[in-house]
Design a protein around this ligand. Structure first.
Ligand SMILES: NC(=O)c1ccc[n+]([C@@H]2O[C@H](COP(=O)([O-])OP(=O)(O)OC[C@H]3O[C@@H](n4cnc5c(N)ncnc54)[C@H](O)[C@@H]3O)[C@@H](O)[C@H]2O)c1
Length: 423
């Protein structure tokens, strides 16, 4: 098989390498020359993906993976399968901005040849493959959709850092616009997904919705954990004990509460789901509930500090949306920052992964090293697990939004500590 993978990002590059390792010829296309140069030299352009360096060197040395900055030419040279996986950018309300995706599809459409299957792996709102992707490709190529070429959706469902393992663990979902298109795509995917199953979904919409459903489920589950935690706070019960106990029988899988739900996926895909099903009440309520958590955490600190944050200096620990990851997409830090300001406090942020200039560029005020009144733990960076009272710059109160700090040690040193959902 000859395959073209468009966009060699954190998801696209491992897929391109995985296909090449199965013995196929792969051309990886990217608009960024730094990415192309690194890949052509057999070097991963980003850190943290297990096995990527070794596998990349192997397939580049064997001539199985080559790179190109000209997607149209790579596709025009003839391909059995074109995988398109650039990011779908969203605004603060998680509404899609299609420009990056459309640019990639335009390049593919201009080079498209009869007999090719185009598979979009980027997570999409339901219906996009049929109503947006396929018509664009047909218009640009002059070919007939589902007669001369096929379009399918195959959502990536992997976790950055362990993509090669995930690709051979979970079923690969493939949904087409016709039975013939889906069958051809399933056949092609089975040539390189060899241990995991490849599931034909019956339609592109079913494949799109499956990805939105699994991520929306997590948002709803976390929202329930958060509401349980708030109720536990109100009645003086430890929510961890409650969740552990509930999950000790096999039908309960309650997630953990926390100060915020961040990242590219979980805060975003429920909005894609709701765009297609605007009357759905549970995902909308879950989203609203999760969005209240930063404010809730700030109010816990206000209570610890005697009922007012007016004039207080508060150190927010962690800008990243989760521990150990340099990523602030939809991070809770922004809402914590705003909620502190709304209550008259001065929020000051630090993060072991970000410089002061990087924090300023994000619209945050870096911590200045002077004494503070309170601390809020926003990200579960490993560095915060052994936070000592002496490192709190005089803070009298800590709200631990992630349940990571050593509560006993801080309390023994006279610091008031509140964890969400724990008395
Ligand atoms: N499961 C996960 O953990 C996870 C994490 C992040 C993203 N994703 C998914 O993967 C998709 C892709 O995100 P990513 O993290 O791989 O992106 P990324 O930001 O790592 O990389 C995107 C790449 O696309 C390239 N690019 C942009 N426009 C292009 C074009 N027109 N032609 C060719 N290349 C182009 C960029 O140069 C860049 O190298 C997301 O939309 C999302 O669906 C999943």
């Amino acid at each position: 098989m000859r395959a073209v993978v468009v966009a060699l990002g954190k998801i696209g590059l491992p897929i391109a390498v995985h296909i090449a390792r199965a013995g196929h010829d792969v051309v990886g296309c990217d608009i960024d020359p730094r990415v192309r140069d690194a890949v052509a030299a057999g070097r991963a352009p980003f850190p943290g993906e297990a096995h990527l360096d070794d596998y990349l060197t192997e397939v580049v040395d064997a001539g199985r993976l080559t790179v190109s900055g000209d997607t149209t030419a790579a596709v025009a040279a003839g391909a059995d399968l074109v995988i398109v996986v650039p990011p779908l950018i969203v605004d603060r309300e998680a509404r899609p901005d299609w420009r990056v995706m459309d640019a990639a599809l335009t390049d593919v459409g201009r080079g498209l040849q009869a007999g090719t299957v185009v598979s979009v792996e980027t997570t999409l709102p339901t219906g996009s493959t049929r109503s947006r992707v396929a018509p664009m490709l047909a218009d640009l190529s002059g070919l007939r959709s589902e007669a001369d070429f096929f379009t399918v959706h195959s959502p990536e469902r992997v976790f950055s850092g362990r993509i090669f393992a995930d690709l051979e663990t979970y079923p690969k979902l493939v949904g087409g616009l016709t039975d013939a298109g889906e069958a051809r795509a399933v056949e092609l995917y089975r040539t390189f997904i060899r241990q995991a199953e490849v599931w034909g979904m019956g339609s592109a919409e079913a494949a799109e919705l499956a990805k939105l459903a699994e991520t929306t489920y997590r948002d709803i589950n976390i929202a329930f954990a958060n509401e349980l935690a708030r109720h536990a706070d109100a009645i003086g019960v430890d929510v961890d004990r409650v969740i552990d106990a509930s999950n000790s029988q096999p039908f309960s899988h309650i997630h953990r509460p926390g100060i915020a739900v961040g990242g590219h996926c979980i805060p975003v895909y429920p909005r894609f789901y709701l765009a297609g099903d605007p009357d759905a009440r549970v995902p909308a309520a879950a989203r609203a509930s999760n969005l209240e958590m930063p404010s809730y955490a700030v109010d816990l600190l206000r209570d610890l500090l005697g009922g007012s944050l007016d004039g207080a200096r508060v150190h927010v620990l962690g800008a990243a949306y989760r521990g150990g990851v340099k990523e602030t997409a939809f991070s809770g830090v922004f809402d914590v920052f705003d909620a502190l300001r709304d209550r008259g406090a001065t929020p000051l942020v630090s993060d072991p992964l970000y410089t002061d200039d990087e924090l300023r560029a994000l619209g945050l005020e870096p911590f200045d090293g002077h004494p503070v009144d309170g601390v809020i733990v926003q990200a579960d960076h490993a560095e915060y697990r052994d936070l000592a009272a002496e490192a709190l710059d005089g803070a009298r109160a800590v709200v631990d939004g992630r349940g990571v700090v050593d509560v006993d040690a801080l309390r023994a040193a006279g610091v008031a500590v509140k964890r969400i959902g724990r008395p």
